[in-house]
Write a protein of this length. Structure first.
Length: 540
């Protein structure tokens, strides 16, 4: 392998972007793979043995892929820094600007004497998300992309889950971006008077006042502009649309492979399904899993064999057999078996309601009329090691294996003692020994309960998240929460459990802005208030 370091490449406006180029040590022309993100190229060369992301060390950005693997197999690997990051000139800015620069990089690569004119893209997470935006611009030399772990909705998959601010993710992310640019975008969005009014609203917010990391941003927004901008945009809208790949799916015409993991609830899993279901181009979907909640190893090296089969087909014209396989490949958890499918959700799905019953029972039989509700109170100043208050609903031990594959949803009636609160839901597998495995998750802020019925499906309620509607304390409302997709076999003797809570604890880089008002949550289950979990049961 031959390496060219710090190659300066001029963009259409004259700004120069820096890149490292890894060549096969051989003569000839080769297809090229471009990796570009905001994490900088030098980080990809820093020492890091393959292992789960280490948040203390900051290895999360090692996501460009292993150059030696692809170069040894006849590819040139170009790792470029986004403008305004690392050595690259210019100001770090919008996703649209980074996509335009990506177009220019691809066209520069495609015309180099060492390139055969065929270019793909390589990388996970941030490196993958930008692929959608670049592909939507149709650079002629870009022939295919591989979106490995790519969220598609910046609001719902990244910064806000069900309208609940995903604080710790936003806090952590900015620290990985090597930029000298520290100007929040919102400073250009409002007048000085409007900005000060919004800042004062944040300073008066009880939740914000209890988190110094957030409160100090109301004084010095430049400290973490990404976190500040997200904090100042609590509702979905143009700010997030510009960054969201789903807005570009109808413009993408080249082949795309979507790959994610079942425990990527908090960010990339829904993006993979969103892309696969809405792209109108040759496409594949693969969902696997990891042992670590933080995801695949860093440096990213896993499933490079799949990436190679994809690009050997589209960039080298080699028949790898990949396109002859069914379009969807999933790892069925619980029994740990791979399976091919042809559609999503599966056509053979038996949508089954499991009712929330008095005493914490979860059953296919509707409740009797006199069953009592369950209540719990959140703990605003809880330690991260404290148990999370909540209620659970659990089936009787299963008489036979039961497979759940697809999206799920929970519909329940509840009242609150305050004007707003958070809902966190989990589907769990309770083993015979009582141990619990989280199968999937969902979230919803109570004031964001409004549904867009035109976009909702029974198994996937859709919330517009464009405004907050306060809850009248004591008033009963129905809450509909979409639960991330899964494929899981609950074994005979195990039990299915639904947990509902009002807060969470730090998990990897996922922790949400807590509700700092002591709030009683009461969940109802009766003939009048039929609360249920809708599961995609797959018949034998």
């Amino acid at each position: 392998m031959k390496i060219e370091e710090n190659v300066r490449i001029a963009m259409r406006d004259g700004v120069r972007v820096y890149a490292d180029i890894y060549h096969p040590d051989a003569k000839g022309k080769f297809p090229a793979l471009l990796s570009v993100s905001a994490y900088g190229k030098d980080m990809q060369r820093l020492p890091c043995p393959p292992r789960p992301s280490d948040y203390a060390r900051g290895t999360g950005g090692h996501e460009a892929g292993m150059s030696d693997y692809f170069v040894a197999r006849g590819y040139v690997h170009v790792i470029a820094e986004a403008r305004g990051t690392g050595y690259s000139e210019g100001e770090f800015g919008s996703t649209s600007q980074r996509a335009q620069d990506g177009y220019d990089l691809i066209e520069w690569i495609g015309q180099q004497p060492w390139c055969n004119g065929n270019v793909g893209m390589l990388g996970m997470s941030g490196f993958a998300v930008i692929q959608y935006h670049i592909a939507a611009l149709h650079p002629p030399h870009l022939k295919a992309i591989f979106a490995f772990e790519a969220e598609s909705d910046r609001y719902r998959h990244g910064f806000y889950h069900g309208g609940i601010f995903n604080f710790y993710f936003s806090f952590h992310l900015w620290n990985l971006i090597p930029t000298r640019h520290n100007k929040p975008a919102i400073l250009r969005e409002f007048s000085k008077e409007e900005l000060e009014q919004k800042l004062q609203e944040l300073r008066n917010n009880e939740d914000i006042k209890c988190l110094p990391y957030l409160y100090i941003l109301t004084i010095t927004p430049e400290k973490n502009p990404m976190l500040f901008d997200a904090l100042m945009h609590p509702y979905d809208g143009p700010f997030y649309w510009e960054m969201s790949a789903y807005k570009k799916f109808d413009q993408i015409e080249i082949p795309c492979y979507c790959l994610s993991r079942w425990n990527g609830w908090a960010i990339h899993l829904p993006g993979a399904f969103d892309a696969y279901l809405n792209l109108n181009a040759p496409k594949k979907l693969m969902i696997t899993t990891t042992d670590n909640i933080g995801g695949f190893d860093r440096p990213w090296h896993e499933h490079h064999d799949v990436v190679l089969r994809w690009y050997d087909h589209w960039l080298k014209g080699i028949d790898t057999g990949l396109m002859d396989e069914p379009p969807i490949k999933i790892l069925v958890q619980g029994i740990n078996e791979w399976r091919y499918e042809y559609e999503w959700p599966l056509a053979r799905t038996k949508w089954t309601k499991f009712y929330l019953r008095g005493g914490g029972l979860l059953s296919e039989t509707p409740p009797a009329n006199n069953e009592r509700p369950q209540s719990f109170v959140n703990t605003p100043w809880a330690q991260q090691t404290d148990p999370v208050p909540g209620v659970t609903y659990t089936t009787e031990p299963l008489k036979e294996n039961l497979e759940v594959t697809g999206p799920s949803a929970v519909y329940f009636y509840a009242s609150l003692s305050e004007e707003d609160a958070n809902w966190f839901v989990e589907i769990r597998d309770i083993n015979i020994d009582g141990s619990a495995t989280v199968v999937s998750k969902g979230w919803l802020k109570a004031s964001h309960r409004e549904l867009d019925k035109s976009k909702s499906k029974p198994y996937k309620p859709y919330h517009p998240h464009t405004r907050g509607i306060p809850v009248e304390p004591g008033e009963v409302h129905e809450y509909a929460i979409d639960i991330r997709e899964t494929s899981y076999v609950f074994k005979r003797g195990h039990r299915i459990q639904l947990k509902i809570a009002g807060e969470d604890r730090l998990e990897g880089i996922w922790w949400h802005l807590p509700n700092m008002r002591v709030t009683e949550h009461t969940i109802y289950n009766s003939h009048q208030y039929l609360s249920y979990l809708l599961l995609p049961v797959i018949p034998k």
